[in-house]
Every structure is written in structure tokens, then in C-alpha cells.
Design a protein around this ligand. Structure first.
Ligand SMILES: Nc1ccn([C@@H]2O[C@H](COP(=O)(O)OP(=O)(O)OP(=O)(O)O)[C@@H](O)[C@H]2O)c(=O)n1
Ligand SMILES: O=C(CO)[C@H](O)[C@H](O)COP(=O)(O)O
Length: 413
């Protein structure tokens, strides 16, 4: 059995040693958001929601292929998203007029796979495109249970009581809440169970049904294993859910940063003071002298960089970070934040007066490459440690907000 709870690719790969493919229904219009754009194509930090969901699955090495079912009118848009964000395992197929029809098209497409390297899957995971936060250890449990039982699905406790109403709008009866669960996604099925369920189900199921697990039970006699999932599995349904999703994405990107000091004693002291101060703001800092050799691992790990420059140094250190980030193609999926902290001596003219436009110009070029540069200035003085906690507050706010409007600004600590 899987070493449940461990979110590392290797343990998941050891557990899931059979072919798994994913169907993402993304053919809806998102009427309940009240927006023109279907919610799966709404963008967060410059990237559509559907790309976040795809990326979550694509990053798991044991997922062999992903089929996305989209409305015909959005097929070009979807193809563009797949190319722009370099999704490698994905194929788009036409969706249907209901969610079940879209899922069925995706399952059929898995059976008609033409690429010889991608065989018919043992297990098919079905997951709404509008649930972007899927964790590997949980998905692993669903895949394993689906292989063993034929079907498995995520559940959550109900937050409200479910009641039945009379046709006149009065209370008929209420259900005992503790006995019931909300059925969420992902769900997993053996390929044979889900394909037979869709071959056998009725037009009425296709038109009005909302539950794939029910089709497996009714048409294949397969009782699904139910597994309680994390709260982040919730479905983006209303406009407020889009704001909540954006806030979770920003929070995930803001947990840590890499501080580059150049090895100078004053910069290292400042970096240590920053580390203490951001600790109180729930952020962790890695402090390195440069991004060479082993330290280059920060380029692969971090979305945020703080370059501490002392005295007369210029923006060349920031330029070097940009070159390194571009070489790694780091800003493809998320905007990367680079904060230049300039620590000047008391007798020195502030950068804002020496080279007022340098940071603005550099930031404006970098912004087109999805790298957001901000500047913070502080002077060495007896009270510089107090200023250091101010730098930490400003840096943490810039990292959390990732505001394109503030790029190129040189703020005073
Ligand atoms: N004909 C449809 C309808 C829905 N879906 C997908 O099923 C998932 C869950 O459905 P839901 O949240 O109901 O999405 P919408 O149908 O788009 O929303 P609404 O009901 O508010 O219109 C979404 O990823 C949606 O794109 C689909 O693939 N094909
Ligand atoms: O969670 C579910 C799985 O059983 C829902 O049925 C699914 O997400 C469809 O959503 P909606 O009914 O809003 O189209």
C-alpha cells in the first residue's frame, strides 16, 4: 500500500505502477459566475485557471496523458493555452452539451489514443477543470482505490443541512446531516468500468445526471470507495471563488524567497535581520552569496529573489539574476519577483538621485518576460535594524501582491 501522506513523486510512482490518464471536463459556460468568460479561462497572474489544473496533473510523473474536453468555440483558445504554457501531456477534444457528455467524449478519446507510447490506461481520473488545487498524495490514494475497487471518489463533510422542499416552497423534510457527504472530485475508475458505464447509461443520465460514481454503481454494479479529501478540492463556481483561488495561488508563491548577498559582511548582516523579520510574517528565507554552483538550486526552487546591494554597486547584480532566470525559463508559469534592496552609506547620494530611471527601464523590459522587479532603498545608520524590519514588511507585501502596477518603483524603507 501507498506511503500515504508523503507528497513526493518517487513514493507516488512506486505505488502507482500502472498506467493512469486524466479527463478534465472544461466544456461549461460558467453561468453562475455571471461573467462572459467561462471560469476555466479566467486568468490569475496572467495564466488561465485551466492551465493551473493541467499543470498540477502534468507535474506528477505517473500521469501518462490528459484529455481536456472543451466547447468547439473554445478549441483554438485551448490549443493556444497548451502551446503558450508548454503543456506536454495534453490533448483537447470537443466537449458536449452537458458535463456527462463532455466526460464521455474524453473517455472515448482515451480509448482511441494514437500515440504508440501512450497505451490504454488501467485507471481514468476524472477531475473538474475548475478545481485547480489537486495534491499528489491524495490523487495517489484515489488512483490506488480505483484500481482495487473499480471506482473511488473524494468526499467532504457537508457545511449546510440538506432539506427537501414541497412544490409550494415549504419544508418537506430534512436529512440527518451527519449521515451524508458532499461528493467532490477527483474521482477514479478503471477504464473498463467508466467506459461501460457511459456505453450503458440513458439519455436522461447524460442530460440531467451529476454523479459519475452513480453511473458506475447503476450500470456496472461497482460500489465506489469514498475517501475524505482536503478542503482545497472545492469547485470554483461563483465569482467569489475566483478571488479565493487567486489568493491561494498568491499565498503558495509567497512562502519563501532567496536572498543574494554577494558575500559582503554588511549585506549578510542585513540578510540575517531580514530573515528574522520575515519569519514573523510566515515567510522563510534562503541566504546565499550568489547563484553559482550548488546555490543555483534556488533558481529551480524559488519564485522570489531579494538582491542585497551595498554602497556603490549598480543594477548589474539584478541583471545577472534576470539572465539566470531566463536561462532556466523560470517565468513561464508564474511571474517571478526580484526585489533589489539597496543599502547605501550615509554620505552616499541615494540611487533615486544618481540613476533615477535605471530601475524603471530594467523593470519595464523584465515585465514583458513575466519578471517583476521592485526596488527598496535604505541608509546605513545607527538604527538600520529598525529599517530592516521595514524592508521585510515592504518586501513581503510586494511578494504577496505581485502587482504589475508597482514594478520599477524604488521604495524608501
Ligand atoms: N457541458 C459541459 C458543462 C460543464 N462542463 C465542465 O464540468 C465542470 C464542472 O461543472 P460546473 O461547475 O457546473 O461548470 P459550468 O457548467 O461551466 O458552470 P455553470 O453551471 O455555472 O454554468 C467544469 O469544469 C465545466 O467546464 C463540461 O465539461 N461540459
Ligand atoms: O462534485 C461533483 C461530482 O459528483 C459534481 O457533480 C460536479 O462537480 C458537477 O458540478 P455541477 O453539478 O455544478 O455541474
Amino acid at each position: 500500500m501507498c506511503e500515504a501522506g508523503k507528497s513526493d513523486h518517487h513514493s507516488a510512482e512506486r505505488c502507482v505502477d500502472f498506467p493512469v490518464s486524466v479527463v478534465l471536463p472544461a466544456g461549461g459556460t460558467g453561468e453562475r459566475t455571471g461573467l462572459q468568460t467561462p471560469k476555466q479561462f479566467c486568468t490569475f497572474l496572467g495564466r488561465p485557471l485551466i492551465s493551473y489544473t493541467i499543470q498540477a496533473f502534468e507535474s506528477m510523473p505517473w500521469i501518462q496523458s490528459i484529455v481536456v474536453a472543451v466547447a468547439k468555440e473554445n478549441m483554438d483558445l485551448m490549443t493556444d493555452i497548451i502551446q503558450r504554457f508548454k503543456h506536454r501531456k495534453v490533448r483537447a477534444v470537443p466537449g458536449g452539451s452537458t458535463r456527462h457528455r463532455s466526460i464521455c467524449n474524453g473517455v472515448l478519446a482515451l480509448g482511441e489514443e494514437e500515440r504508440p507510447a501512450v497505451g490504454r490506461p488501467k485507471v481514468v481520473i476524472i477531475h473538474d477543470a475548475v478545481r485547480p488545487f489537486v495534491e499528489e498524495d491524495f490523487l495517489c490514494k484515489i488512483a490506488m482505490a480505483a484500481k482495487e475497487q473499480g471506482a473511488a471518489g473524494a468526499i467532504r463533510p457537508l457545511v449546510s443541512t440538506v432539506i427537501a422542499t414541497t412544490s409550494e416552497g415549504y419544508l418537506d423534510h430534512s436529512l440527518e446531516r451527519a449521515k451524508y457527504r458532499a461528493s467532490e472530485m477527483p474521482q477514479g475508475f478503471t477504464y473498463d468500468v467508466i467506459s461501460q458505464a457511459y456505453q450503458r447509461c440513458s439519455e436522461s443520465d447524460f442530460e440531467f445526471g451529476t454523479e459519475c460514481l452513480h453511473l458506475a454503481l447503476q450500470y456496472c454494479g461497482t460500489n465506489a470507495k469514498l475517501i475524505e479529501g482536503p478542503p482545497t478540492l472545492w469547485k470554483v463556481t461563483y465569482k467569489r471563488d475566483l478571488a479565493a483561488a487567486e489568493s491561494i495561488i498568491k499565498e503558495t508563491l509567497s512562502r519563501s524567497a532567496c536572498v543574494i548577498t554577494g558575500g559582503l559582511a554588511e549585506a549578510v548582516n542585513l540578510a540575517d535581520a531580514l530573515r528574522k523579520a520575515v519569519g514573523a510574517l510566515d515567510m522563510e528565507l534562503d541566504i546565499v552569496p550568489d547563484l553559482m554552483g550548488d546555490n543555483a538550486r534556488c533558481l529551480l526552487k524559488e519564485w522570489n529573489f531579494i538582491q542585497v546591494s551595498v554602497s556603490h554597486s549598480c543594477l548589474s547584480e539584478v541583471e545577472a539574476i534576470l539572465v539566470a532566470l531566463e536561462a532556466e525559463n523560470r517565468a513561464l508559469l508564474h511571474p517571478v519577483v526580484v526585489i533589489w534592496v539597496h543599502f547605501s552609506r550615509t554620505d552616499e547620494l541615494p540611487v533615486s538621485e544618481r540613476a533615477p530611471t535605471a530601475i524603471t527601464e530594467l523593470a519595464s523590459t523584465a515585465k514583458h518576460r513575466n519578471i517583476l522587479i521592485y526596488g527598496i532603498q535604505l541608509k546605513q545608520s545607527k538604527h538600520w535594524e529598525r529599517s530592516a524590519s521595514r524592508v521585510a514588511e515592504i518586501a513581503s507585501a510586494l511578494i504577496r501582491e505581485r502587482s504589475p502596477a508597482l514594478v520599477g518603483q524604488l521604495l524608501q524603507a
